[in-house]
Design a protein around this ligand. Structure first.
Ligand code: ZN
Ligand code: ZN
Length: 331
């Protein structure tokens, strides 16, 4: 099969032929139809996440069809459409696994980081971590649900019952979360890079009640804020925007250093919390919501071999919505 491969951090991915993977016990072989490009992929490729198993095929928003099944699987059949997310394996035995927090597992394996991912014609995944996807989404439109949607949903859950919700960084995750939040009768305020009129117009087109630069302030205090942009300077800004007792949730896996800030920003029982990975329950809950509510995923499709361009456009903030890679056999 063909795949986009990371040999070493900081280098472009290489498009080359590799041996077709084969499913082992409990595993599925999936013919990839579409794979979303997540900011985490950028952190892996750029070396900001330091534990990849090299060489690695990135990609953890995989939509495809089951091509072959390893021994011991009853849940899926050949031909079924499945989604493969970031969480690829957990130990099942550590303190966190035993207390319904498998997202914090001490010995996890992540798709596209330690397990070969979806920037390829085929991928192998443990069936226990794969999901059936709602039918009201095409393959390419379903791809961003698998991380941008899932992690975004987990971040939204952590924002509690906030009615006025600020979102910092209006990319793939934000554009999905903004819609889910509105279905839940919340008002969403979108904060973009200063001067990014395109992202602000995009946010308003999705029903946000306000859109502006991260250096601006709406005329209203926020109940909670979610920061998706990997920019530590936004943490004090977000704390400043939320009311007493409000929460600031950090949705990214990596962030530039958070600057020193006066205690007063946190005072008043404001909370500051990160979101790490996902549990399988998050995926089930979110995909059930996605089946009921017509989430419009805004996508930009690239042929698989142009993954480096997709990553570069994401790095430069040029994307509106989510980039999705399509292998040649599904184009
Ligand atoms: Zn564990
Ligand atoms: Zn992701």
């Amino acid at each position: 099969m063909k795949a986009m491969i990371l040999d070493a951090p900081g280098q472009p991915l290489q498009y080359r032929g590799v041996a077709d993977p084969a499913p082992g016990v409990g595993q599925l072989l999936v013919r990839v139809a579409a794979c979303g490009v997540c900011r985490t992929d950028l952190h892996v490729v750029d070396g900001e996440l330091t534990q990849p198993r090299l060489p690695i095929i990135p990609g953890h928003e995989i939509v495809g069809r089951v091509e072959a099944i390893g021994p011991g699987i009853a849940r899926f059949a050949v031909g079924d459409r499945v989604g493969i997310p970031w969480l690829g394996h957990t130990c099942g035995q550590c303190f966190f696994c035993r207390t319904q927090r498998e997202n914090l597992c001490d010995a996890p394996l992540f798709t596209g980081y330690q397990i070969n991912g979806g920037y390829a014609d085929y991928a192998v995944a443990e069936a226990a971590y794969c999901f059936t996807l709602p039918e009201n989404y095409s393959d390419a439109n379903a791809a961003p649900l698998l991380c941008a949607g899932l992690i975004g949903y987990r971040a939204l859950s952590m924002a509690g019952d906030a009615k006025k919700l600020a979102i910092y960084g209006f990319g793939a995750a934000a554009h999905i979360v903004a819609q889910v939040a509105q279905f839940e009768q919340r008002s969403v305020y979108a904060f973009t890079r200063p001067g990014d009129r395109k992202a602000q117009a995009f946010a308003l087109s999705l029903g946000c009640v306000w859109a502006g630069g991260s250096d601006e302030r709406p005329n209203s205090e926020m109940d909670a804020a979610i920061v998706f942009a990997p920019v530590g300077d936004l943490v004090p800004a977000a704390l400043q925007a939320v009311r007493k007792g409000g929460s600031v949730v950090l949705g990214g896996i990596h962030m530039s250093p958070i600057p020193a800030m006066p205690y007063q920003l946190l005072w008043g029982e404001r909370t500051l919390q990160s979101v790490a990975n996902l549990t399988r329950k998050d995926a089930q809950d979110f995909l059930a919501i996605a089946a009921r509510t017509p989430i419009r995923t805004e996508i930009v499709c690239y042929p698989l071999f142009e993954a480096n361009s997709a990553l570069q456009h994401l790095r430069q903030g040029q994307l509106t919505g989510a980039a999705v890679l399509i292998p040649e056999h599904s184009a």
